[in-house]
Design a protein. Structure first.
Length: 118
């Protein structure tokens, strides 16, 4: 695992102290680094373990959620560029940005049912 990160931003963890927290996005993984009360913290999430991501346009709470294939999630507060992370990760995962905003599938109504318009 090497190379330069595509994105690098300050971050915080939900309900956990993380000093000097940094989230780094590479072409094959997301890395979260910093310091906790117990010492150095590092969590690496390979892209193949990521099912999908969600983001919110807020900066005072969790604004980025990485859903894992095996269940569970990694909640983050990215201090800047959460939307950029969303776009880049969707692209790396080969997912559409609009997939979760698409309308519900519409099925033709049953032909035996009639409706009257007043």
């Amino acid at each position: 695992m090497s190379g330069s990160p595509l994105l690098s931003n300050r971050c915080r963890l939900a309900r956990r102290t993380l000093w000097f927290g940094r989230a780094l996005l590479f072409t094959d993984r997301v890395c979260i680094r910093g310091w906790t009360w117990r010492g150095r913290y590092e969590r690496v999430v390979p892209l193949e373990r990521i099912e999908r991501v969600q983001w919110w346009a807020v900066d005072d709470d969790v604004n980025f959620l990485i859903h894992l294939r095996e269940g569970g999630a990694v909640p983050l507060q990215l201090m800047r560029q959460a939307g950029t992370w969303n776009v880049k990760l969707h692209r790396l995962l080969g997912q559409s940005l609009m997939a979760h905003h698409s309308p519900v599938d519409v099925h033709p109504s049953d032909s035996s049912t009639t409706s009257t318009v007043p």
